[in-house]
Design a binder for this molecule. Structure first.
Ligand code: GLU
Length: 474
């Protein structure tokens, strides 16, 4: 028989993403949102967003906006929140008072100068610098006289001796010796609570069952577990995700040039492709590389999280995006590409003439982003400037008579792909040419480049008037 589940974990799954808005979140950060979101969805649970904005000097509204917009774009909307830690100060102070009353914290009057001197002595003796417990009350211990005019910090009374351990869903069993953990400051002299304490109060109040976060927090976890227990609660399940490295193999960070997540939205990446790509950056489902959002949510579990650092690879991301883009219909792509065309100066009203869906269908195979697609499609609604080198190569004096004949034939033929194809063939025969000799210059003049999908389809969608005028404008 298997052991009964821990009662506090038997309840509905509740996960959270708890970013600090101290810089624009990048793909490494948003991956730490993706897994708790997916786990909540896969378990019919709840996903909570908590903004950890207690570092008032470094937190900005612009960074909060990137978090909210990025999550909305990726379709990772929370069921609850955003909650802001700065709005919960009264609650933290209330819980601090509770810990004080139960004897789990004590005031420490050691000054910064004394702490520095202690650290220096420890370093000189080749010991790990740590608070030495001077102000920790113990039965029968005489505490130093309280200095006048000094506001104390509050320290947490870490259990002495023994170990603290948890079964991490990624790292397996992790154990710390309590003697490695000194008595953590949980309130500053002005009474404001510190980071590890706020996280625990929030995780308790928000009923979080699974904490899925970056492994830069592993060293905080034993401290947080002690605070949970001091508050009479069992800690949640932890999963500490390995780092995401950038293409140079460094930890992905803003300092190392990581782009904000919203950059990818503006660069024409598809939310489902991003979810697909990020999902694979630290989790796997067999060898599956390309999958839909629904498949990901059906498959996601904590048992297949990777243990080693994942490396971001933009070329791979582009490839994944291209696969998703190709799988969309012209109608869907038309809606998605529209804002990019408007941004490129095309009037929205011009885009309703019915050509956009077939154009998207025609060009989607050669595009890895919506921006690339917009760049192809825009010449069908705007002026075209043929690439000079291509013009010189293909639009030669020798081909001029055939181009004139083509313009003439296309001015009067029926306007559908088959008739356009027939007109082309008729000119080829009359001038003794092979298809590329005529199709290449025609493409350069009409679309601006010789590398396009089939010429009859392109000409048809460009429209008779523009085709005839562009063939003549040499
Ligand atoms: N605010 C922390 C960070 O951005 C995350 C804390 C947590 O997930 O427990 O790194």
């Amino acid at each position: 028989m298997t052991a009964a589940p821990n009662p506090s974990h038997a309840a509905r799954v509740r996960t959270r993403f708890a970013p600090s808005p101290t810089g624009f979140i990048h793909l490494g950060n948003i991956r730490s949102a993706l897994y708790p979101w997916a786990f909540a969805r896969a378990s019919q649970g709840d996903f909570i967003l908590r903004i950890e904005d207690t570092d008032q000097e470094r937190s900005t509204q612009a960074a909060v906006d990137v978090i909210l917009e990025g999550m909305q774009w990726l379709g990772m909307e929370p069921d609850e929140g955003p909650f802001y830690q700065m709005q919960r100060m009264d609650r933290y102070k209330q819980v601090l008072a509770q810990l004080q009353a139960s004897g789990h914290v004590y005031p420490c009057y050691m000054s910064v100068a004394e702490l520095d001197a202690l650290r220096e002595r420890q370093m000189a003796a080749k010991e790990k610098p740590r608070y030495d417990g001077t102000w920790r009350p113990e039965p029968g211990k005489q505490l130093p006289p309280i200095p006048e005019g000094v506001q104390p910090v509050l320290r947490f009374k870490t259990p002495q001796g023994g170990t603290v351990a948890w079964d991490d869903k990624v790292k397996g069993r992790v154990e710390f010796s309590n003697d490695e953990l000194d008595d953590l400051v949980i309130a500053r002299p002005d009474g404001t609570p510190t980071y590890n304490f706020c996280v625990v109060v929030d995780d308790i109040d928000m009923d979080i069952t699974h904490v899925i976060r970056g492994d830069d927090h592993v060293n905080n976890t034993p401290r947080q577990i002690h605070i949970f227990r001091a508050l009479g609660k069992e800690p949640p399940v932890y999963a500490h995700l390995p780092t995401v490295l950038n293409e140079q193999g460094e930890k992905m960070s803003k300092r190392h040039g990581a782009k904000p997540v919203t950059w990818y939205r503006d660069a024409g990446f598809l939310p489902d492709a991003m979810v697909n790509y990020l999902a694979r950056l630290g989790w796997s489902h067999g060898d599956d590389e390309i999958f839909s959002r629904a498949q990901f949510l059906a498959w996601f579990d904590l048992d297949h999280l990777g243990r080693s650092a994942a490396q971001f690879d933009e070329a791979k991301l582009r490839w994944v995006n291209a696969q998703h883009l190709k799988a969309l219909s012209g109608d869907v792509l038309a809606t998605l590409v529209q804002p990019f065309l408007v941004q490129r100066g095309i009037a929205a009203t011009d885009l309703t003439d019915g050509r956009l869906p077939p154009l998207c269908e025609l060009f989607k195979d050669r595009c890895d982003t919506l921006v690339a697609l917009a760049d192809w499609v825009r010449v069908f609604y705007a002026e075209v400037t043929p690439q000079e080198a291509e013009r010189a190569q293909h639009v030669t004096p020798a081909i001029a008579p055939a181009l004139d004949a083509l313009a003439e034939a296309l001015a009067t033929c029926a306007w559908d792909k088959a008739s356009i194809g027939a007109a082309l063939k008729q000119v080829l025969a009359a001038h003794g040419l092979k298809m590329p000799q005529l199709a290449m210059p025609a493409r350069v003049l009409v679309v601006g480049t010789a590398q396009t999908p089939s010429v009859d389809a392109v000409l048809e969608l460009m429209g008779r008037e523009k085709v005839v005028a562009r063939l003549k404008s040499r």
